[in-house]
Design a protein around this ligand. Sequence first.
Ligand SMILES: *Cc1c(COP(=O)(O)O)cnc(C)c1O
Length: 221
Amino acid sequence: MSISDNLKKLCQEIPAKVKLVAVSKTKSVDTVMEAYNAGHKIFGENRIQELVEKQKALPEDIEWHMIGHLQTNKVKYIAPIVSLIHSIDSIRLLNVINDEALKIARIINCLLQIKIASEETKFGLTVEEALHILSSEEFKKMKNIRISGLMGMATYTNDKSVIKSEFTFLADCFNEIKNTYFSQSDYFKELSMGMSDDYKIAVEAGSTIIRVGSLIFGPRF
Ligand SMILES: *Cc1c(COP(=O)(O)O)cnc(C)c1O
């Protein structure tokens, strides 16, 4: 099936209110253009340099999402062009994003990445760390970032019950944080969870953004 067919099928499957981020990491500009020409305008990348190069080469009305671990010294390159950063895993990173956003008079939308998987290697905050950030005076002073929700990645496993319980846990965290810190803030509304292998489970658990790569573009090598 073509990229266009894959996109169409996926969009028909998911509820209209769920946003699809097409994860284009490792794929060429031409490949992204194929998806763009099929009408898709939201793409996700996990490396700064690749995001910057593709943004330059591709149409201006594309919404670029940073979905991978972000080093603080590289924030300045994407601050002007990124529309959502999914991968906040420290207050230090948030501080740097706030400073860079202030310099260019932007407010940058960010998601706190919560560690829900059992694997050791994945980045992310524990729920306690996330609550700690949100309660801190340091966070309250940051005027150029906006926390618009949470992101998480489930354990890489065939056991659907494990994936389901991790996504349900994240949805519960979302509700708790919404009620505690953002009950008056309508911008806190995104729950970014679900990839090619588990997006159906994620959508059932309340995902509002899915990040899908290989199911659209084919395997990465
Ligand atoms: C690569 C990646 C995805 C997409 O993975 P697929 O399995 O190809 O859909 C989603 N989220 C993050 C954070 C990724 O790094």
